[in-house]
Design a binder for this molecule. Structure first.
Ligand code: ZN
Length: 279
């Protein structure tokens, strides 16, 4: 792999879910997904959409539209419950159901999995074999730093392979004033000064695979303020403010970089995955 390839690649990913949790026919995430698809088309970007499989039931046409526009459909669980909230039995059953549903509706093989809220941690490593047994080839579920919600401190920050062969793309993280942040997530892209994002991008080692993770609400410039169940006012405000900068910053991030989904990146054989086992 040439350093040039590593430096210039950025993968667009989005978690396709209804963050309000209603999954109503007229929910705002539907129109927002179409706006994101239009924006990506105008920028010539293809990426990976991690869809909550429930959407394949409530909004099958939306999942089809994402696939038809040339993006990879991957799985973001059946109903967005963190791994720790499941038993191994319920996790395995719902994961298979989710994969089947997304494949049926999206019309493409689904080989990627992202745990809700990056909830694959040291406490839930039992899920790794189940993800492999369900037929997934890669995961994008580990935040390799300490985090108030879910983090996997000590996990590699470069792509690696679990003992069962499953590929893992860890969330890109960088230090900002002593805090290790997943700075390519939508909320960070909207709030961090551009110079800090640009400097963090350049500071990442070549072996790190860089990827964004947005949500449809990041692009919902006219959306009203809403409360997400079980979250603080500060979380809800940060989710709501500063959305107008998302589109321009996305364009700037991808201006001189190649895109493509995770599946393509694996197929390109330009990334090396070192074996790693959580001791
Ligand atoms: Zn999610």
């Amino acid at each position: 792999m040439s350093p040039h390839t590593a430096v210039d690649r950025l993968i667009f990913t989005l978690d396709l879910e209804d963050h309000i949790g209603t999954y109503r026919r007229d929910a705002r995430f539907v129109g927002n997904t179409i706006s994101v698809l239009d924006l990506l088309e105008s920028l010539g970007i293809h990426g990976t959409f991690f869809a909550v499989a429930r959407i394949a039931e409530t909004h099958p046409e939306l999942v089809r539209e994402v696939a038809t526009r040339g993006h990879e459909i991957a799985c973001h669980s059946y109903d967005h419950r963190p791994i720790a909230a499941e038993t191994p039995e319920s996790f395995a059953r719902k994961l298979r159901q989710a994969k089947d549903l997304l494949e049926q509706i999206g019309g493409q093989e689904v080989v990627g999995f992202r745990a809700p809220i990056f909830s694959l941690t040291r406490e839930t490593v039992w899920a790794i074999d189940l993800i492999g047994e369900a037929g997934f080839e890669y995961s994008s579920s580990v935040l390799p730093a300490s985090n108030p919600l879910y983090g996997f401190e000590g996990a590699p920050r470069t792509p690696f392979r679990w003992p069962n062969g499953l590929f893992e793309f860890p969330v890109p993280v960088s230090s900002f004033f002593g805090a290790c942040l997943p700075f390519l997530g939508g909320v960070y892209v909207r709030y961090l000064p551009w110079a800090m994002i640009a400097s963090a991008m350049h500071g990442l080692p070549d072996a790190v695979v860089k990827w964004t993770y947005f949500h449809t609400y990041d692009f919902d410039v006219d959306g009203p303020f809403t409360r997400m169940p079980g979250t603080s006012m500060a979380t809800n405000l940060s989710c709501w403010l500063n959305r107008r900068v998302t589109g321009p910053r996305l364009a700037r991030l991808f201006a001189s970089r190649t895109s493509g989904g995770f599946r393509e990146v694996i197929a390109s054989e330009t990334v090396s995955f070192a074996p790693w086992s959580p001791a």
